[in-house]
Design a protein around this ligand. Structure first.
Ligand SMILES: Cc1cc2nc3c(=O)[nH]c(=O)nc-3n(C[C@H](O)[C@H](O)[C@H](O)COP(=O)(O)OP(=O)(O)OC[C@H]3O[C@@H](n4cnc5c(N)ncnc54)[C@H](O)[C@@H]3O)c2cc1C
Ligand code: SF4
Length: 338
């Protein structure tokens, strides 16, 4: 472990001032990812700026009828909040599909967005990794890459974003509120995380001097027809091989509106507007679901060990859409549809 300083932010402005003054510093919230990265010597911050005492721990109604979730609200508190359970069950199910109860109690909303990839080469400092040390190469492309991405990859990195919560937030079209030296801004969820391109060391479009203050959910929660289907090696305490978040509006067997986001397949939660548009106005049938799965996966590419994910994702999308259309989010897919 390297030496590092520790300070506490007095308020959001003080947090921004402190991070702007020391680009090698890091905010610490629940610490469930950052402390691991420090122990493994992957991250070596000069100081930790403790933000846990900032007043960002509330879930409140917004003027337009949505909800604002403070960046320090714990993952468990989000999942079990009565408004989330009633209006945004997709978000609650995604959160509860992740980690363990102890971790969810510690983990914060802001920290969940900024957790880093679980690529084992990223954690193994004896191996080349462009995300950890730019320009050294990617050990995963020709290595053990069973957990890695099949969409949006680059020759520099094929890592996935590990969050479950973010997949649901992408489908719900949440916004990220951030404050930095240049003031406050609101970032569409689709624009928050990045694809690796030739800068895989940068995970998100948050500026180095910005703090996430909240997430805003729009009014529409797709509470009647939704599914978060997470496919993984163990039934709990495992990251997704493929995860699918679906929100549908269905009327008389016809899909009026569709949201579809995938986790475990790319460097960011993967949303495909063309596939969603194909579903709008289509009958809620296996044929429609298959067509949208084919669209989502049209450019999918495996790297050896993870080729199986393409077929897994195809079947997962069909099943998740069927479950959501039937209004049976946690049950087996209806045999009449799948
Ligand atoms: C064993 C294990 C299993 C897990 N399984 C899953 C899983 O299946 N699914 C899943 O989704 N997650 C899983 N997680 C990840 C867990 O959800 C994240 O570690 C957690 O959400 C991070 O939140 P935190 O508050 O602890 O962040 P921290 O570790 O405190 O911070 C993470 C990063 O975010 C930055 N940060 C934190 N808050 C802010 C803010 N407000 N503004 C700007 N920067 C900020 C920090 O500087 C740091 O870089 C697992 C974690 C572990 C250890
Ligand atoms: S996939 Fe990305 S994180 Fe993993 S070794 Fe390659 S560059 Fe590093």
């Amino acid at each position: 472990m390297n030496n590092f300083g520790y300070t506490r932010a007095r308020d959001v402005a003080d947090a921004v001032r402190q991070i702007a003054a020391d680009p090698a510093a890091k905010f610490i919230a629940g610490g469930t990812n950052l402390i691991d990265l420090m122990k493994e010597n992957v991250t070596r911050p000069s100081q930790l700026i403790d933000i846990t005492h900032l007043p960002l721990d509330k879930i409140e109604e917004t003027r337009d009828g949505g909800l604002r979730i403070g960046a320090l609200v714990g993952n468990s508190d989000v999942a079990y909040h009565p408004q989330i359970a009633a209006r945004y069950p997709l978000l609650g199910s995604a959160i509860l599909a992740g980690a363990s109860p102890q971790l969810r109690n510690m983990a914060s909303t802001g920290g969940n967005l900024l957790q880093r990839t679980r690529c084992f080469y990223f954690y193994d400092t004896t191996t080349p990794c462009n995300k950890r040390e730019p320009g050294t190469g990617c050990s995963a492309i020709d290595g053990i890459n069973r957990m890695h991405a099949i969409l949006g990859t680059s020759e520099h990195c094929i890592a996935t974003h590990p969050s479950d919560m973010c997949v649901a937030l992408a489908a719900l079209e949440a916004r990220v509120l951030a404050t930095g030296s240049r003031g406050e801004r609101s970032i569409a969820f689709a624009d928050f995380h990045r694809l690796p391109g030739d800068t895989p060391e940068i995970d998100s479009n948050l500026e180095p001097d910005e703090i996430i203050t909240a997430i805003e959910l729009p009014p529409k929660g797709f509470a009647a027809n939704y599914t978060y289907l997470k496919i993984r090696d163990r039934l709990s305490y495992a990251f997704a091989l493929v995860a699918i978040a679906v929100g549908l509006e269905v009327e008389g067997g016809t899909i009026k509106e569709a949201r579809l986001a995938l986790g475990g397949v790319a460097h960011k939660p993967w949303r495909d507007r063309t596939a969603e548009a194909q579903l709008s106005g289509a009958p809620a049938t296996r044929e429609s679901f298959l067509r949208s799965a084919e669209t989502v996966l049209r450019d999918a590419r495996g790297f050896g060990h993870n080729v199986f994910k393409i077929e897994l994702a195809r079947r997962g999308i069909v099943r998740a859409l069927a479950q959501a259309a039937r209004g049976t989010p946690q049950s087996q897919a209806d045999k009449r549809i799948v």
